[in-house]
Design a protein around this ligand. Structure first.
Ligand code: SF4
Length: 219
């Protein structure tokens, strides 16, 4: 296994205990290893009621749990309160990715992360969400900052996980670990839209639970 080279990170303003929201193992693999290599104390918070269907949710969560366990990192398995998610998404079913439905979705996940952090003595929050090149970092950071704001002394850490080789290491770790490779963002609407796009291109529709990082290297 090659040694990954990274800069040493530190939490902003002398904060020392981080609650890291994680969306999935591929996105959080590099984020977790970078934080750990810097000696920052952290816990994973898995709260993603957007992921649909439950089979996909369970696949993504269990992959992430296994990786956290391997690294000796505490993993908080939060609610899968899909009713709340659908309630908040009502009227936004046909919004495009990076639009207002996604702002709602990030807000919801960050709000719960910040509340848990406040109730359990964490003074900093962040998320693996921003490492994906499909996401709008500005949108994600706005949601993170909004969620932390009501709690005195709490900070949202807006570190750009993509930079200084982060994106390449994300792929390297995903292949090394042979993580499950999801093929849509997560919600039922992103699954629908990804399939519509594939259909228009004459490609096969998404099959859940079949694609793993590194498989193509074996062919
Ligand atoms: S596309 Fe992704 S970020 Fe946007 S609402 Fe769906 S799951 Fe959430």
């Amino acid at each position: 296994m090659s040694e990954l080279i990274r800069e040493k990170l530190s939490l902003p303003n002398g904060h020392d205990k981080l609650l890291l929201h994680s969306c999935c193992a591929p996105c959080s693999g590099e984020v977790m290893e970078a934080i750990q290599a810097s000696g920052i104390e952290y816990t994973i918070f898995f709260y993603n009621p957007n992921i649909h269907p439950q089979k996909e949710y369970t696949l993504r969560k269990e992959e992430n749990m296994r990786f956290a366990e391997q690294h000796g990192i505490p993993f908080i398995d939060a609610d899968y309160d899909t009713d709340n998610w659908f309630e908040r998404a009502r009227g936004m079913e046909n919004e495009p990715e990076r639009g207002i439905r996604c702002t709602m979705c990030f807000d919801m996940r960050f709000e719960r992360t910040a509340l848990y952090a406040f109730e359990h003595g964490f003074s900093a929050i962040s998320s693996s969400l921003g490492i994906s090149r499909w996401k709008d970092m500005k949108q994600i950071n706005g949601c993170g900052e909004r969620a932390a704001a009501p709690y005195p002394g709490m900070v949202y850490w807006d570190y750009n996980w993509r930079k200084k080789g982060g994106s390449a290491r994300m792929i390297e770790i995903s292949k090394r670990e042979r993580f499950y490779q999801q093929e849509y963002c997560g919600c039922v609407y992103s699954l629908r839209d990804s399939n519509l796009h594939r259909k228009a291109q004459g490609r096969d529709l998404i099959k859940l639970g079949v694609k793993y990082y590194g498989d193509e290297d074996d062919e």
